[in-house]
Design a protein around this ligand. Sequence first.
Ligand code: SAM
Length: 252
Amino acid sequence: MKITVFTLFPAMVEPFFLSSIMKRAVEKGIIEYRIVDFRDYAEGVHKKTDDIPYGGGAGMVLMPDPISKALEAEGASGKRVVFPTPSGRLLTEEYAYSLSQEKELFFICGHYEGLDQRVIDTYVTDEISIGDYVLSSGESAAVVIIDALFRLIPGVIASESLEDESFSDGLLEYPQYTRPYRYCTKSVPDVLLTGHHGHITQWRCDRRLEKTMLNRPDLLSDASLSIEERKRLLSILEQDKRTCQEWILSEL
Ligand code: SAM
């Protein structure tokens, strides 16, 4: 996949492509990237890229000319162009998967108050929000979106690593442990040392249900749970209720 990032602050984006799993994907030739400073396409001695908003209001807006010249020069017209913005469609694992199927993607990093709407109307195919909060810049949001999608491209990470992950089937992931067996006063759950595959799978399934119920109950209705999983969820709820009652009674 070829990824082109348009930014006024290349130093905010470049380290991501030079580190860890992304670095290996680039070395393997799975990812090819270009970072384009669209200030290079601005006119005049000051290379101005932003101006005050029409109609008044605080802050500055990115001007249409430098970014559209950069987009045209890089051949983005008619291709899939992402603009990270808090007013976009929310990024999900499913959305990241659809982006990971593309051969080429372009990202425009907004800054200040945002980007002139005419650039969005002309070039942008996907306005994406990474969450209901406002960041100071689109660079970190673009990196989040690229991170979520590139790891789903075959060959980037082992396919087994993706199988039980959070959101792979609508549930969150089970807790993970590594050596040492005892850390401070806490031990690894004994079931994980039994070598009994069935018991370990059952324990992990229960923990996924429990964690999803506690942290993201909104996911459960879309998770298409089997009858067996629903029964497990009920018994986990009953167990949690008993533990809670015992704790309350012990405090009385
Ligand atoms: N005035 C904009 C608004 O109220 O929607 C916010 C502009 S924000 C300060 C600057 C840039 O950060 C945006 O243009 C966008 O590229 C990026 N950004 C901020 N929050 C984001 C989010 N939750 N998801 C994606 N991009 C975001």
